[in-house]
Design a protein around this ligand. Structure first.
Ligand SMILES: C[S@@+](CC[C@H](N)C(=O)[O-])C[C@H]1O[C@@H](n2cnc3c(N)ncnc32)[C@H](O)[C@@H]1O
Length: 302
């Protein structure tokens, strides 16, 4: 979407009206038409809401109206997420690049950064300047959120997908946070060599039971990476692995914080408890009240 084409405000307004009707008929959120227009026509929310752009003689577009219509048809008919069409999504204070190689970072995940910061502040150890891991970084969202919230920390962001890491690196560069984040390709802890040294590990691992993935809404099931969703038979394969392996990498008092699916909290708390190396285990809800996050600390050498 780099070239610039001109269209009249009236023609764009007519396209928008038709696209909104198609959205309503297909049960697609009508607001997504305007997300698309903000990106491809550079229109701001106010001029879209007031429809003041309708009177402009010329509006520069990054693609023709025909191409815009083709993309909207893909949104409506093929359930392609609008974020993959525009190539961007808002997340916390960031505008992140996304592609079908990465999970679109979710609003509920934003809160994991606040939980990490609160855990640092509540704890007597000096954790904010240390080394942190974001395992399964995808677009880099969590690593970037941690880097911004903990400016003295160094973040080690891991993903097994090279294509996802390319997107994450691009985001770190664009946001001026690349100096704080190191990226590694590999499986979970495998590329990291920091046994006993980490201040914290934060992860939003794949946690959907395999048989449920095809039943998710088509935007997710058809277009988001299976690798980012599939948590094995009961959804807990990756979380079990992270419980079992993380204690070796955390310093005493280090933070273990993950996102999980509704209904998994009790099992995850029990896994942490029975492992024996974690203490102060707590479950936190997301802003919708769903038990979404599990937090624990690496037990000290009592
Ligand atoms: C649910 S997505 C989370 C992405 C991002 N952290 C976020 O919150 O938006 C899970 C990520 O874990 C990665 N992943 C899956 N299996 C992995 C493994 N064995 N080792 C490292 N990363 C893995 C996927 O590629 C995907 O990017």
């Amino acid at each position: 979407m780099s070239q610039q084409l001109l269209t009249s405000g009236l023609a764009l307004w007519q396209w928008r009206s038709a696209a909104q009707k198609a959205a309503l008929a297909a049960n697609v959120p009508v607001t997504e038409v305007d997300w698309l227009l903000q990106e491809v026509a550079g229109l701001d929310r106010l001029s879209l809401r007031l429809e003041s752009f309708k009177n402009l003689p010329q509006i520069p577009l990054q693609l023709s109206l025909e191409e815009l219509e083709n993309l909207w048809q893909r949104r409506v008919n093929e359930h392609l997420p609008v974020q993959y069409i525009t190539g961007v999504t808002p997340w916390r204070h960031f505008k992140l690049a996304v592609s079908p190689a990465v999970l679109i970072p979710r609003p509920e995940t934003e809160y994991i950064i606040d939980l990490a910061v609160a855990a640092v502040q509540n704890h007597h150890c000096q954790l904010e300047a240390g080394h942190w891991a974001d395992l399964g970084t995808g677009s880099g969202a969590i690593a970037l959120g941690l880097a911004q919230a903990l400016p003295l920390a160094t973040i080690h962001a891991v993903d097994c997908s090279a294509a996802a890491l390319a997107v994450a690196r691009q985001n770190a560069q664009a946001l001026g946070l690349a100096h704080q984040i190191h990226f590694y390709q590999g499986s979970w802890w495998e590329p990291l060599n920091f046994k006993g040294q980490l201040s914290g590990v934060v992860s939003n691992p794949p946690y959907i039971p395999s048989q449920l993935v095809p039943q998710l809404q088509p935007e997710v099931a058809l277009h988001e990476p299976w690798l980012a969703l599939n948590g094995g038979n009961d959804g807990l394969d990756c979380i079990r692995h992270l419980v079992a392996t993380s204690a070796d990498y955390l310093q005493p008092g280090g933070i273990w914080l993950i996102e999980m699916m509704a209904g998994q909290a009790e099992v995850v708390a029990a896994l942490l408890q029975s492992h024996g190396s974690y203490c102060d285990i707590a479950i936190y809800p997301d802003l919708a009240g769903i038990e979404r996050f599990a937090l624990a600390y690496r037990r000290g050498e009592e």
